[in-house]
Design a protein around this ligand. Sequence first.
Ligand code: G3H
Length: 526
Amino acid sequence: MKNIITEIPEEHKIKPLACEEYLVNGQIKKWKGATSEVFSVIQTDGEPTLLGTIPDMETDSALEALDAAKTAFNRGQGLWPTMKVGERLKCMETFVEKMKLHREEVVKLLMWEICKNKSDSYKEFDRTIDYIYDTIEAYKDLDRTAAKFDKEGGIYAHIRRGPLGVVLCLGPYNYPLNETFCLLIPAIIMGNTAIFKPAKHGVLLIAPLLKAFQESFPPGVVNILFGRGRKIATPIMKTGLIDVLALIGHSSSAVSLQDQHPNKNRLRLVLGLEAKNPGIILPDADLDHTIKECISGTLSYNGQRCTALKVLYVHESIVDEFNQQFAKAVDNLKLGMPWDDAFLTPLPEPTKPSYIQELIKDAIDKGAKVINKKGGQLTDNYSFPAILYPVTEDMKLYQEEQFGPVIPIIPYKEIDEPLDAMAASEYGQQVSLFGRDVSRLAPLVDTLANLVCRVNLNSACQRGPDVYPFTGRKNSAVSTLSVHDALRSFSIRTFLASKDTPSNNEILERLLNSEKSNFVSTDYLL
Ligand code: G3H
């Protein structure tokens, strides 16, 4: 296949951006050391396009950021963790207003850096803004339900949620803004302080937001570093001073970072990891509808989503019909540039097309066939989606999370075949179940709900809406994220207890009336 060569419209042309700054202790500092070049796989004049440079930061700067976050938390005595909830919310409101001003710059960088198409790039930005507003409202709600005293066994209790400490926050390249902020925002709003390092791709788009962070939060609350994990994240973990590792990415990175931490019980984990979500297609599924959902499930953003459908189990009675229609639908998908809003866009990781080819070759060597005409056609930055059939357990494509445009199909006779495979899998995030017969669906839903954390009936897997719980079993996640759940994941219940005696009650009343405590308060946040 030939490389896509198109004239880049004037408004989408990009000039290299030298990001020479980082944020530590409320100061935007100039980086004077080595830098790394950031390229887009989208070519200009036949070569990857240079998008700019980022600091390749060293360990001493990482430790300086850790020190700033530690000092800002000050073992729970800092300004930020002891601040009134309403005041913290005001800081967040200031931030979101400032962030909104950078929509166009961030979206342009999303398109160039990670090749996400235009409408999905705008969606990623807008969804993040909505997430921040919704988080503010959810925290008000949480605070309102805590603005009271309980009484049990002769003891009054004023129960709230308090911060955990210093959070190391690491996000993925596929949602470099949204998923990272879905960790960072609830972490800081709950009174924690954070060190945040962007993913390997989707880095420059954080640069326009440094000032908004600096101007909105007290010094040390948010610290932003650029560079390699081994020079930044590893030494930070080794100090044992991190209270929460918040990471969306691969479980191997999560495990190796946890291994560095000397005080394992101190470390709380908020992790979104890999998955191999199956689509199970029952004999009575509505084929037209199922194919549309399977296209979006397997190939939205080229399958580079943790929630993507990564294996399809199709009942043997309909598999030929399904394969024929699905192959045709895949071959009709448009490959193009992000700004053309094409459904298929280049793969941002330079090594991804060759990895996908390896998976295809291995499956073919072990007996599968590519069943769509364009499947596996290769360019410098793309491997056209290939459907492999029939896929078996010995193939790499069965075992690995492909995170790209290649789709394994497995025929089954008895429903226990996909169920047993799911039970044996290391992953347990979501499943898509396609069918109509309630007597067949009912027992299946009962089992599937215990194998994964979301059963999608006749629709592709997805994270949203963000108010719903997003989590996984086994090696797919630790903790639950959602607007509401994330606030819980980044905090702990803590309370003032007071025996019901006349003298204690009199003190409590005076404490409340004095309004001197930010923790003990029955104020109702509007
Ligand atoms: O990469 C995993 C994302 O959480 C998926 O989110 O289902 O909204 O694409 P999404």
